[in-house]
Ligand binder design. Structure first.
Ligand code: FES
Length: 160
């Protein structure tokens, strides 16, 4: 159950873009996730009804794909690329340093909901490795010694 009420009105526009059938499910969920930044339970129920798909099927798809989240992300979402190029150039140390400084739970969320940290596969900017993405903004050449500033834990950083 969601702790806050979710405005479901935007779902009408999302659902109107696709045929009301099961084959639309992933695209609809992608749009829902993009809009809400996660998949609220009431939205999943509405999607299931609109597409004529059992709610259990919608939930299984929502939990199967790593790109989907059933909980709201933190205020700032930090993706650390762990692709090969980034890995070779220090991404594991960057992730370790972030984890040490922010101390999130096992899902990457901090208790104060300020940050969500995710390790991701190659984000297509290998020339700039190691890459950290903060709230959708790419930062290249991020070393462990600099990552606290990049995510806004130190003065002059991005997220605050
Ligand atoms: S491996 Fe990190 S951007 Fe490609």
């Amino acid at each position: 159950m969601d702790p806050v009420a979710v405005d479901l009105a935007p779902l009408d526009g999302i659902l109107a873009r696709y045929p009301a059938e099961e084959s639309s499910l992933i695209q609809v969920l992608q749009d829902v996730q993009r809009h809400y930044r996660y998949l609220p339970r009431p939205a999943l129920e509405r999607v299931a009804k609109a597409l004529g798909v059992p709610l259990a099927r919608v939930c299984s798809v929502a939990t199967f794909y790593k790109a989907f989240s059933l909980v709201p992300p933190g205020e700032h979402v930090v993706h650390v690329c762990m692709g090969t190029a980034c890995h070779i150039r220090g991404a594991p140390q960057v992730l370790d340093e972030l984890w040490r400084r922010i101390a999130p739970d096992a899902n990457g969320d901090t208790a104060d909901r300020r940050f969500t940290i995710k390790a991701v596969n190659c984000v297509g900017a290998c020339a700039a490795a190691p890459v950290v993405i903060v709230d959708g903004r790419y930062h290249g050449g991020v070393q462990a010694t600099k990552v606290a500033k990049v995510v806004g834990l130190e003065e002059g950083g991005r997220a605050s």
